[in-house]
Write a protein that binds this ligand. Sequence first.
Ligand SMILES: C[S@@+](CC[C@H](N)C(=O)[O-])C[C@H]1O[C@@H](n2cnc3c(N)ncnc32)[C@H](O)[C@@H]1O
Length: 266
Amino acid sequence: MASGFRGEVATYYARHRRGYPPEVLDALATAFGLGGDDTVIDLGCGTGQLSIPLAARVRAVVGVDPEPDMLALARQAAVDAATTNTAWVLGADRDVPTLGHLLGERTIGALTVAVAIHFMDRDALFRTIRPLVRPGGGVAVITNGVPLWSQDTRWSEALRGCLERLVGRPVTATCDTDAAGRRRNRNALVRAGYRYAESVVQYDAPLTIEDMVGGVFSAIPAELLPSAADRATFTAEVRDALDGRDAVTERVRVWLQFGTAHVPAR
Ligand SMILES: C[S@@+](CC[C@H](N)C(=O)[O-])C[C@H]1O[C@@H](n2cnc3c(N)ncnc32)[C@H](O)[C@@H]1O
């Protein structure tokens, strides 16, 4: 069930991946009318980037992930943020029916899947979660920008060059953040009978070289992480390729795709 996000990779993830701005949480809350009575399942919660701020808006968030190291860091982040309404469950998309037995039918306001849908069987997931969702609630599939090495900027191109030299092959992974991935999400939500809507939150933010390099190492499966010496060489190469700059500006586009469970007619 493990997916490679463990050990140092998990630490890089917690330290260097972006969280979500309040506008993303507003969009989620508005889409499903989320409030103080709602429980949300954040599937593929990682180190809690979305689960923890979301918990401030609802009754409780259940963060689910197959990687114990990611969950341990999420739990610690919740403690550090004095968040007391999160629970952390070791599991994966195929464990959703078990969660159904635990929580009961029509009990959740939303299932969120942020930067993790590419690991899951969409059709099965959207179908099996449906009985657990209260009317007007639903499923949100979220991307947090696109991978740092695949953006349409000079700094991203330079990073991609360094990364390709490090791994010795072209790097093309989009993690389903592209239009084709979003189309697959939309089609699967519609097939499962949800009403579909989408929105984008866009902002510019600084990206330090440290976060850029840490972001790359947070995306490499633990067993393929380079040696400490190769990581240092890579960091120096990235710095050179960016002409010694300490930071660049990243345009982050957060796509939110909503599938709403219909409210029954009175
Ligand atoms: C890129 S991280 C996303 C973390 C977080 N949601 C965020 O927005 O930053 C992907 C997460 O999905 C988890 N994952 C991988 N396969 C999964 C599966 N089949 N079911 C649930 N989560 C999975 C990984 O362990 C990892 O923590």
